[in-house]
Design a protein around this ligand. Sequence first.
Ligand code: IPE
Ligand code: IPE
Ligand code: MG
Length: 227
Amino acid sequence: MKNMNLPLHVGIIMDGNGRWAKKRGLPRKIGHGEGAKVFKKCVDYCIELELNYVTFYAFSTENKNRSKDEVDALIKLFDEYLDDIRKMNDKNVKLRFLGDLEFFPEKTRKKMLDAENATGNNTGLKCNIAVNYGGRNEILHAVSRIVSENVRELTEEEFGNYLYTSGMPDVDLIIRTGGERRISNFLLWQAAYAEYVFSDVLWPDFKKKDLEEALKAFAARNRRFGK
Ligand code: IPE
Ligand code: IPE
Ligand code: MG
């Protein structure tokens, strides 16, 4: 992997937890629990592969419309993960939460902000977790701020600074597990010239070799950026 042309910023749509559980006759939330374990392992793979930026899609603005039971189970998983943030610090990971965090209970939101502050000076992997994230919501949120600041004109780069990913490079590669071939409201602005790798593997079955395969596929792509 070392001498390969690696993407600077990888986005990962972690899809397929529900189907993974269904196949085993288990409730969907068990699939999310397995998915959370794989997410933690995947952060380690990203560190081992020396990636710079990774953004995990964990919970979309539309996912709020799922049953209360499932949404509560997901919030509980975020909460449990946030209790373990010291591990991220030991790994020199810099965490950021992308999305409309107002949705989360006060205690969870505080833990998210504390985690960002606690890891803010880390210089290793920049790890973003998109929660209650929607690309359209993000763009609207940016426009609202621009209007409220009476800004009349701005460049694409300046517009980017109003997004949740402010200060980060555009996403180069988006990996989606779970077999669907769609973007589902992920990084709409940032993905203008992204490459896509779709995998039929359900997220709880995702392994390091699957990530490596996606990176190899990316390295073989011919990106032209319209030129
Ligand atoms: C992805 O798995 C995790 C979230 C969207 C929170 P799903 O829950 O969408 O699993 P499937 O697609 O129903 O299998
Ligand atoms: C996308 O998966 C969102 C996340 C993985 C967090 P969904 O399962 O919500 O997307 P659709 O419904 O298949 O488009
Ligand atoms: Mg899904």
